[in-house]
Design a binder for this molecule. Structure first.
Ligand code: ZN
Length: 362
């Protein structure tokens, strides 16, 4: 049974806002990060919760392929139970992945046809399957199916993708908690048409698709600002794209309520720790003899346990998974703390000052 979504905006500062999100018995404070990619693979549910994580992401496509399209092969009735995760689960259709696997002729009116890399089997993934499987998993928020195109694709392709996405959106009755996809690369009028088509279905919110890490930060800022200006205030705004720490904070300052994030882990995998919005590269030779705690004064479990820079340097040199875990814990703690500071600054009407302090353009 789908739980009704309630979203109350409590304060605004410029484009940014902070609010309260209720999804049945689960609640969250926005802006909210959705941990995705390697983060839920490196940390346990208990660790994620203790570090202040409110939401994780799961892809319907992945489970559909794993269960070979058979719901009874899933091995669980609810994804929260399966993962032992008490927080919010944000669904992904996984259509972007399917499109990346597909050849140009795989782009059909009914969905996307592709060869599954693991098995070589031909598959046909449709908007109906994406919705059905996000519901089967028990996702608290769903994202509508969209025809994927590269951000810098030719105008005709971006237009065709927006048209096809709009048709699909209007064709099926969407689940109550579905965020409508907004596509169109960097083209204002295509995004505008996509917003209009989405708005006609009276969605609870909007997912700004295709603005990924390959798009330069200044261009992301421009396009996000442009789309936010087109959206109704009351709808949730979701950026399901992962980038660096600076992108996450900029997207929140530009008015996103929900932002995907995997930078705590990707940064840790590079042997790097956050020092606020700055970086400490632990692979540097001179840190081999640095007995100081990773970040003195930091309240994260890694720093509180007293792990030194020299030991973390050694773990990374040995390519120990423990080193990456300890750094991911620290990075996620710092990231969540920064987002919390943004929430407080928005509530106090002092976001501009904080962003200047953090030296992040938005
Ligand atoms: Zn720390």
């Amino acid at each position: 049974m789908e739980s009704k979504l309630k979203f109350n905006i409590q304060a605004e500062s410029g484009n940014a806002r902070t609010g309260h999100l209720q999804l049945g018995s689960r609640t969250a404070t926005t802006p909210m990060l959705v941990q995705t990619g390697m983060v839920p693979a490196i940390l346990t549910s208990g660790e994620l919760t203790a570090l202040g994580t409110q939401a994780i992401k799961q892809s319907a496509l992945e489970y559909w392929l794993r269960a070979q399209g058979q719901p009874e092969q899933l091995g669980f009735a609810d994804i929260h139970e399966h993962l032992r995760w008490p927080g919010i689960v944000v669904g992904a259709s996984g259509a972007d992945q399917a499109y990346r696997w597909a050849k140009p002729r795989g782009r059909k009116k009914t969905g996307v046809s592709f060869h599954e890399p693991a098995t070589g089997q031909q598959k046909m993934y449709t908007p109906q399957l994406a919705q059905q499987w996000q519901r089967l998993l028990g996702c608290d928020l769903l994202v509508g199916f969209a025809r994927w195109e590269d951000y810098y694709a030719p105008v005709d392709d971006l237009q065709a993708a927006a048209q096809q996405t709009a048709e699909w959106l209007g064709m099926d009755k969407q689940s109550l908690n579905t965020l409508a996809p907004v596509v169109g690369g960097g083209l204002k009028r295509v995004r505008q048409a996509s917003v209009a088509a989405a708005q006609a279905t009276h969605p609870c919110g909007y997912a700004l698709l295709g603005i990924d890490g390959a798009v330069k930060l200044a261009e992301q800022r421009r396009v996000i600002g442009e789309i936010v200006a087109m959206l109704p205030t009351e709808g949730l705004r979701y950026l399901p794209a992962c980038g660096a720490l600076e992108q996450v904070l900029m997207a929140i300052a530009q008015g996103m309520d929900i932002v995907d994030s995997d930078c705590a882990a990707t940064t840790a995998l590079h042997g790097t720790a956050y020092l606020g919005t700055k970086r400490l590269h632990l692979t540097q030779e001179h840190l081999a003899g640095d007995s100081r705690i990773l970040v003195p004064g930091c309240q994260c479990p890694t720093c509180q346990a007293g792990y030194s820079r020299a030991y973390l340097h050694q773990l990374l040199q040995e390519q120990s998974p423990v080193g990456v875990r300890l750094l991911t814990v620290h990075n996620l703690f710092v990231l969540n703390q920064l987002v919390d500071r943004l929430r407080q600054a928005i509530a106090a009407g002092r976001l501009a000052e904080l962003m200047a302090d953090l030296a992040i353009d938005y």
